[in-house]
Write a protein of this length. Structure first.
Length: 386
């Protein structure tokens, strides 16, 4: 049944392929890597709750979403430290025709519920190249690095309460960036990397932003989408997701995951957060649901619990979100997203845009190529050597 659905979906969406985008094979060399990271250490938190049953998920959702949540619910019981060895699944691509521009790598960090394919849907979606920031960046000559954040895709599925938390995701991104910048790096197909520009989507934007604040020497600039930097509407998003314990929702897909790995209940809950009608194709929403990756409750509960000094970051910052972004702006960014300027008082330059006709997952809407142009123009104009 499920495979019949997928086959039908591929047939339907193959018509999208006709917008002729050069085959990725012609313009770039790509390689997948499994990167062993040893002894990664970060501050962490003991949580005040534990997910064992679906009723625990419901109650956690209510506690996070209720109107007085800020004063009645503290997910943190106390400080701790996490140290571990992790295996990170990643992919590096670089243009066949190498130029100086190829020595800048765009490092892309995906959001909650996704994996690295967010940045290159053409890997598994027929016609997906038009939604691929990776392909657009390669066409401009940049190298691109994408990876599955800890707990997602093919990376280590660590303890979803105590280990997969926000600060360790920042440390992992820092470790990966250092590996890319290392002389004679194993992970860059012999392309010497001189500078990095970080891209984030949604949760990945918070990770990239925090990396820039903590380790400015590792980020020549940042471009953030699915992001306002503000948490005012997280309750609308968390409630709308109607999360389920992934292992119980679909044992054949996720049966091996611990109970703290959650996922929105169905395609409509996924789409509630990601998309805005009429600016997307339903086939793309189907793709999101058939390829999604559960999130760890610990990473969502610990977002915003650590202080990072964003005001000390002096390099280029771009905020580029869809007008109808649900988690970032409560469904309407116009008249709200400019508030993000206060987060980045020292950024030079700072560019904030929230009127692009899309929901949260900017890259997956019809007019994605216009968003990619705006994002990559910003890199072209502002890339700075580290
Ligand atoms: C692991 O890293 C910590 C610092 O974060 C260091 O003190 C310790 O010696 C390291 N252990 C190994 C085995 O490298
Ligand atoms: C590329 O970089 C090298 C070394 O930094 C420089 O000499 C050369 O002029 C650059 N080429 C272009 C086309 O920018
Ligand atoms: C990198 O490779 C070059 C050429 O093979 C070599 O001369 C250089 O010593 C290497 N650098 C490091 C840090 O390994
Ligand atoms: C953050 O950084 C700015 C600029 O470097 C500094 O003035 C400020 O004191 C820092 N804030 C905190 C709380 O450390
Ligand atoms: C696509 O997005 C750009 C940038 O926001 C906008 O100027 C253009 O009008 C949009 N095109 C369509 C067909 O929506
Ligand atoms: C001109 C050219 O090299 N075309 C190739 C692009 O990539 C596809 C798929 O790998 C090949 O079939 C074409 O021959």
């Amino acid at each position: 049944m499920a495979s019949a659905l997928i086959a039908a979906l591929l047939l339907t969406s193959s018509s999208l392929a006709q917008a002729s985008v050069p085959s990725p094979a012609n313009i770039s060399n790509c390689q997948f890597f499994t990167i062993p990271l040893k002894n990664i250490s970060a501050p962490s938190f003991k949580l005040s709750f534990e997910i064992k049953t679906q009723f625990d998920v419901n109650d956690w959702t209510i506690n996070e979403a209720r109107r007085d949540s800020a004063t009645t619910f503290n997910p943190i019981a106390g400080p701790s430290t996490t140290t571990g060895d992790f295996s990170i699944s990643a992919r590096f691509c670089t243009p066949v025709k190498q130029t100086n521009v190829s020595q800048t790598v765009l490092v892309m960090t995906h959001g909650l519920g996704a994996d690295k394919t967010y940045w290159d849907p053409s890997l598994t979606l027929a016609g997906g190249a038009q939604y691929s920031l990776t392909q657009a960046a390669l066409a401009r000559g940049y190298s691109v690095f994408t990876y599955d954040r800890l707990g997602t895709g093919q990376s280590t599925k660590a303890d979803p309460h105590n280990v997969v938390q926000f600060p360790i995701q920042v440390e992992i991104l820092a470790a990966l960036t250092r590996l890319l910048l290392a002389p004679n790096s194993t992970y860059t197909l012999k392309t010497p990397i001189k500078s990095t520009f970080h891209f984030g989507h949604s949760y990945g934007s918070f990770v990239a932003a925090s990396l820039a604040a903590q380790y400015p020497e590792l980020a020549g600039g940042i471009s953030l989408s699915g992001y306002s930097g503000l948490f005012d509407f997280f309750n609308v998003f968390i409630a709308g997701w109607q999360s389920r314990i992934a292992a119980q929702l679909d044992p054949s897909r996720w049966g091996k995951l611990q109970s703290g790995y959650l996922t929105p209940v169905d395609i409509y809950a996924d789409s509630y957060e990601d998309f805005k009608t009429p600016y997307f194709d339903h086939a793309v929403a189907e793709w999101v649901t058939t390829t999604k990756s559960p999130y760890a409750v610990g990473e969502l509960a610990t977002l915003g619990q650590t202080f990072y000094n964003f005001s000390s970051y002096t390099k280029p910052v771009q905020v580029y979100s869809g007008r109808f972004d649900m988690s970032g702006c409560g469904g309407q960014c116009v008249g709200f997203i400019d508030g993000a300027a206060a987060i980045w008082p020292s950024a030079k330059p700072l560019s904030i845009s929230g009127d692009f006709l899309a929901g949260h997952s900017v890259n997956l809407h019809h007019n994605a190529s216009a968003a990619f142009k705006a994002m990559l123009d910003f890199v072209d104009q502002n890339k700075v050597l580290l």
